[in-house]
Ligand binder design. Sequence first.
Ligand code: PFF
Length: 454
Amino acid sequence: MAGLSQHAHWSSRWTFLLAAVGSAVGLGNIWKFPYEAGEGGGGAFVLVYLAFVFAVGLPVLIAELSLGRRGQLSPIGSMAKIANEEGRSKAWGLIGWSGVVGGFIVISFYSVVGGWVLAYLVKAMSGFSGYDAAISTQTFGTFVADPVSPIIAHFAFLAITIGIVARGVTGGLEKAVTFLMPALFALLVGMMIYSGITGDFGAAVNFLFNPDFAKLTIETVLQALGLAFFSLSLALGSIMTYGSYLTKEMNIPRSAVIIAAADSGVALMAGLAIFPIVFAFGLEPGQSVGLVFTTLPIAFGQMTGGAIVGTMFFFLLTVAAVTSSISLLEPAVSYVEERTGIDRKKVALFIGAAAFALGTLSAWGQGGNLLGDVKILGLDFMSFKDYITNNILMPLGGMFIAIFVGWFISRKTMMEELAMEEGTFKIWLFLVRFVCPVAIGAVFISILYNTIIA
Ligand code: PFF
């Protein structure tokens, strides 16, 4: 295959970790986690989410990184190569396809929300003064329903992503994360301290850590699993591709634990940065997608120094979104580059342009916009793509990855890749063989059941 010999590698374990944590930490942590925790009733949701991250997500994360490193190719190339080496059916290659195609679908709408964040970053600079609930909701509604501004923002966000990916693994991805990830971390800690001092920290801690299991429903459990997968960037090719840039010396299980811990740590920190403000201003925590775009601006508009804090917050969100979106574009780029040998810059531009075109449909399907009335299975374009990826491709992809490494790859191969002690290896094997397929399968079936029956 063309391009195989030029396949790049991370220059150090540190840059790999920054890139992988950068992929994992994104809108999922700072935008989705707080509002899903808010809607799901707080502490109980958080506990279930953390259980899924470590019992289901982490073993699959280890599996994906190992498959990528073993294959040393794009997810499609790696899966086909490994299935062949292990004497298994070519059909396993579908895992790679579902990841690359799923990643492409996700970036097409992830970058629309990324555009909203960019636009709000610009708005935040001039402050949100005078924002009350009605004005804030109306401003957001008018913005997303405008046929032009969200498209410009979407374009700008994708242009940043393409610019980084076009420069390659060491020249683009590594350079970006080395600078952006420490900035993200510093901003988050800064926000948390600020909220802790000025906001109602006690109420936030109580909300996030005091579980009320009566509030748990099957819906929230499903949501927690979906979020654990989404947040760890699983089953969409990103992690497998990042794994393919790993060298043999790097210890995968240890890295995976760091990535999962950092990812859930950031989600909790984001909760602790956002909810003290929400409670101090008497706002509603369960404000769905609007939590970040409509609820927080009200608080930024009222607090002293709100323009600075608001700008800091939306910059933080932009950084988190960019380091994730580069990992969503990378799998398709690495595949096309590997198959055709065409220059990466051209490939990144071409796939980025296709994501822009597809994303435009999502942007125009919002809030009564140009395509506002067009529905697929009752959903607008963005919700439809989110549904297909979050509820179908990701759980199924994750389940098949677990089944593949658990049952279809020789123990010797996996022992070699993971270099774990026998006891720990057995725990991992048990998780991928039984716990992951059963947990994901059960959740998947309930989703289907709920969709079809309800
Ligand atoms: N993990 C990212 C987030 O939490 O926002 C989103 C994401 C990136 C999902 C890459 C999947 C993926 F492959």
